[in-house]
Each structure stands twice: as C-alpha cells, then as structure tokens.
Design a protein around this ligand. Structure first.
Ligand SMILES: [Zn+2]
Length: 253
C-alpha cells in the first residue's frame, strides 16, 4: 500500500453521486437505507465507468490494486462496506480500486474498528501507509507500526499470501537493477533512456517496495536496514537519482 492522491471527478458525475446518496438518505430506517444502497449500486451501473476512470488514474502502475499493489484492480471497493455505511455507497471518497482477491477473499465485509469507533484499516488516499507499516525489505514481509498497520496486515493477508512476499523480494532485487541501470545510463549521457527506466520502475507491480526503499534510505538506521546492500543504499541516497525518481510521482519520501 502506498500513499495515493485522489482524482477529481467531473461535476456531472459528482452530481449523480450526490443524487443517489440523497435517495438513500430519504429512506425511513437504517435497514431500508441498506437495502436501497444495495439496490441502487446494482442497478445504476452507468456510473461505474466514470468511477473506474478516476480510480485508474490514481492507482499505482498499470491499474494495480490499492491494497496489495500486485494484481490488477478489477473491483470498485467500498472502503467502508456499504452494508455498514449505506450513506457512503456513492461517496467518491469511499471508493478504492481493489483486486478481486483483496476485495472478495480477504476484506469482504471486514472493517475492524478501534475502541473509539474509528476505522482500523488504512485508506491510502487519506493518509500515508508508511506511518503504519514497515516493510522488512530483505524478507518481503510487513511489520505493523500501529494497531492500524497490524489490522491491514491481517485483513489483507499481506504476510500470509506467499505470492506477495516472494513478489516483494523479487521487486527489491529488480528495483536495485533498475537503479544500477539508471546510473550507468546517465553516466553515458543517455537521459531519455534513463527516464524510461524510471517509468518502468514505477510501473512495476508491488511498487510499495520501491517506496519503502526510498523511505528507509533516509532512516537513521539505514545502514542496518540495508546491510549487505550498501551499493543500493548509495544509489538510493544519490541526489540525482532521488530527484529523477521523485519527479516522476511528484512526491518525496
Ligand atoms: Zn489486491
């Protein structure tokens, strides 16, 4: 999971969403609101292409899932499930792009809450997952920094889905190769080719690994975190490389 910026919908789409929400709000009881939300979500499918286009724009790489970062995001996921929060069924701020595995096998209607009633899952469009999750790069598993990080690991199976763990380990090695290649290409004066390498690196699945690499390279204990990978740490700290990679996503880590 990486921090994502929410796209802006057209005024027409936003108006349609508000109309459906008003319809749900007008139902007399909570039970009726839930039924109406479900019915409208199923029957007003014409709204979905616009939502999907917005979500595709925001998603990492080529429409990757906003939770696992690995598979193609196929479903419009309701961060707060519509069965629990019917009034958020057509709330754009409640929509995320998820793969069917994260959505249907892992999250389903799980939406754990803290004792104060606030959501335990992290919405990557509302806050930075880096505040809650630490990726142990050499082994490809996550460590929860907070209760919320731990809830994400459990609900999405971030450490138990071995394809994700193995995939992150490969992504770590691949990112290192991209960076070495970028440095060599720049040293040969081929800046257009270097730009292509940056694009390939960010469009790779499991880009949470790349984000974690840049983030952890600035950590006081970076020497330990990258033990045995000193060459990669040097590249991550190369100001020219950092600037080129950060520029592509318009962020800094
Ligand atoms: Zn997923």
């Amino acid at each position: 999971m990486i921090r994502l910026r929410r796209a802006v919908l057209s005024a027409g789409t936003a108006e349609l969403l508000n109309g459906y929400t008003d319809d749900i709000r007008q139902q007399a009881t909570e039970k009726e609101r839930k039924e109406r939300a479900k019915e409208l979500w199923e029957s007003r499918r014409q709204i979905r292409p616009a939502l999907r286009a917005g979500l595709t724009e925001m998603a990492p790489g080529h429409e990757r899932c906003m939770y696992c970062g690995d598979s193609q995001g196929t479903d419009i996921d309701h961060f707060e499930p519509k069965s629990l929060a019917p009034l958020r069924t057509f709330d754009w701020l409640n929509h995320l792009l998820a793969c069917s595995f994260c959505n249907s096998n892992q999250k389903r209607n799980h939406f754990p809450l803290a004792p104060d009633g606030s959501p335990l899952l992290v919405d990557p469009t509302a806050e930075d997952p880096l505040d809650h999750l630490h990726l142990v790069l050499p082994v490809g598993t996550y460590r929860g920094l907070t209760d919320r990080g731990r809830a994400c690991i459990e609900v999405f199976g971030l450490n138990t889905r071995t394809v994700l763990v193995k995939g992150r380990m490969d992504a770590y090695a691949t990112a290192g190769i991209f960076m070495q290649q970028w440095r060599m290409t720049m040293d040969r004066g081929k800046s257009d080719e270097a730009k292509k390498i940056v694009r390939l690196a960010w469009n790779h699945p499991l880009v949470d690994v790349l984000v974690a690499m840049f983030h952890q390279s600035g950590h006081p204990a970076a020497g330990d975190l990258f033990a045995g990978e000193e060459e990669i740490l040097d590249l991550l700290l190369d100001p020219e490389l950092r600037a080129a990679f950060m520029h592509f996503r318009g962020v800094s880590y």
